[in-house]
Design a binder for this molecule. Structure first.
Ligand SMILES: [Zn+2]
Length: 468
């Protein structure tokens, strides 16, 4: 398709170098990994201090040669976005240029300036972000995905042209979102993957999504945890004949009970990774179902509400991320927002990478009843994407207040600008597209509330019984 857009040989060379490195680190033990991490951190801080005007200013007196990560200030997405052109280290990359690039949905998965991947994120902190990734960062994600997805490695190795393998991704489409953009990038780089992988919009009504998946008959289905739960419900009810060899989740949290439910319904393994638009695979799940932090390439610091380090086995308020691979848009002590618990005990799998638990995004499936008693399952990711794409608003929450009633809360300032009416229209249109006419929709002005534990706000939840 547009393979020529990406520097193919360069990507393959970097990938093989980083995959070899990732496999070696896995076998080298904790001390060797710590040495790798420290060397990479020193190079990152040196680079960032020299090339990013934003960090140079923020670091001030810490800007000398003796930089210690814990002494540097934490940074937030909103301030980085406000100073975008000073944040990036390649003067050719500008906020105006990136915004023009992502405004064109036909460019999803294609390179910006011939060499960078761009992901736009609405972000669970309610501030839209534009994340630019360079060739090294992309090669690291590919290498980690290929070498550290223990439970899924055989099914997931998309580089091997295994006959009969077909990959389905159910994700938010219509924008440069990380999931679909990364998938399209891999399709552009690999003709075999291009022919055997397909993206399905999460916004489809569930019955139509099931029908389209059955037509494609994927051997691996990748999606958000809530989508896998909804598909498991359809499978159990006998409305879905799909028989994949493996399921993959990312983005949202998959609770242990929900995992057992999905695995029982499909009779196959569920595995996943924990990632964000800022770093695609921060931690990879092993065969024991534990998430192992890839701390040779990313540093996570769990902190409390005052930014102090949280000891192992205690859930953090938020987490600071330092990205050791990406140079074009450095992330040093970047507040990611998720609550992360670092486990003190090693995993029985023997991996040298530490185990983390993530209590981040926990949106809920909604079961909504429309006119004539027709019921349908609503996927939170589909609902929020539909509203964000139609209105450009990100600071809103949707609450199911009864089986046939949804209430949307929009921040007073945005509400006054007419956002309330636009959110209502988008919500009604989305429900109609799901075959749910006649659902009561109320929009009110009010502050969106963050989850006190994670600092993120849950965008979708239900108040009354009657949900899925
Ligand atoms: Zn493990």
């Amino acid at each position: 398709m547009h393979a020529a857009d990406w520097p193919f040989l360069d990507a393959m060379w970097r990938w093989s170098a980083f995959a070899g490195d990732a496999a070696l680190a896995q076998g080298a033990g904790r001390e060797a990994i710590a040495r790798l991490r420290e060397a990479r951190l020193a190079r990152l801080l040196d680079w960032t201090g020299r090339h990013s005007a934003f960090y140079r200013e923020r670091w001030g007196r810490h800007g000398g040669h003796e930089r210690h990560l814990a002494a540097l200030p934490a940074v937030r997405k909103a301030e980085l976005m406000a100073r975008f052109d000073d944040w990036v280290t390649d003067p050719a990359v500008t906020r105006a240029g990136v915004e023009a690039f992502v405004a064109d949905a036909s460019r999803v998965g294609r390179p910006y300036l011939g060499r960078y991947a761009v992901f736009s994120s609405s972000g669970t902190t309610g501030v839209p972000g534009l994340l630019v990734h360079d060739a090294d960062a992309l090669a690291v994600y590919d290498a980690l995905g290929a070498t550290r997805l223990g439970a899924l490695a055989p099914a997931w190795n998309w580089r091997l042209p295994l006959s009969g393998m077909r990959f389905a991704l159910v994700a938010a489409t219509g924008g440069h979102f990380a999931g679909v953009a990364e998938w399209e990038r891999l399709r552009a780089l690999n003709p075999w993957f291009h022919a055997n992988a397909r993206v399905f919009p999460v916004g489809l009504p569930l019955t139509e999504l099931c029908a389209r998946l059955e037509d494609f008959r994927p051997t691996v289905v990748a999606s958000y945890a809530t989508v896998l739960r909804a598909l498991a419900g359809e499978k159990e009810a006998g409305r879905l004949a799909l028989a994949p060899q493996a399921l993959w989740y990312g983005g949202e949290w998959l609770a242990p009970g929900a995992r057992r439910h999905v695995e029982r319904a499909f009779g196959c393994r569920v595995a996943g990774d924990y990632g964000a638009s800022e770093f695609l695979n921060i931690a990879c799940e092993c065969g024991h179902g534990a998430l192992h932090l890839n701390d040779d390439w990313v540093i996570l610091e769990p902190v409390d509400e005052r930014g102090r380090a949280v000891p192992p086995d205690e859930p953090s308020c938020t987490v600071l991320l330092t990205h050791l691979a990406n140079r074009v848009q450095p992330l040093v002590r970047y507040e990611l927002g998720d609550s992360v618990t670092l486990a003190s005990r090693p995993c029985p799998c023997g991996s040298p990478f530490p185990v983390i638990r993530v209590d981040g995004r926990r949106d809920e499936l909604l079961r909504v009843r429309g006119a004539g008693g027709r019921e349908a399952t609503i996927l939170p990711m589909a609902l929020t994407t539909a509203i964000e794409e139609a209105t450009g608003e990100h600071r809103f929450q949707v609450v199911q207040a009864g089986s046939g009633e949804l209430r949307a809360r929009v921040e007073p300032e945005a509400h006054g600008r007419g956002a309330g009416a636009r959110v209502k229209a988008a919500l009604v249109a989305f429900l109609a597209s799901q075959g749910l006419a006649g659902v009561r929709v109320r929009v009110e002005a009010g502050p969106v509330r963050a989850n006190p534990a994670s600092g993120k706000f849950r965008q979708v939840w239900r108040e009354a019984p009657g949900g899925a």
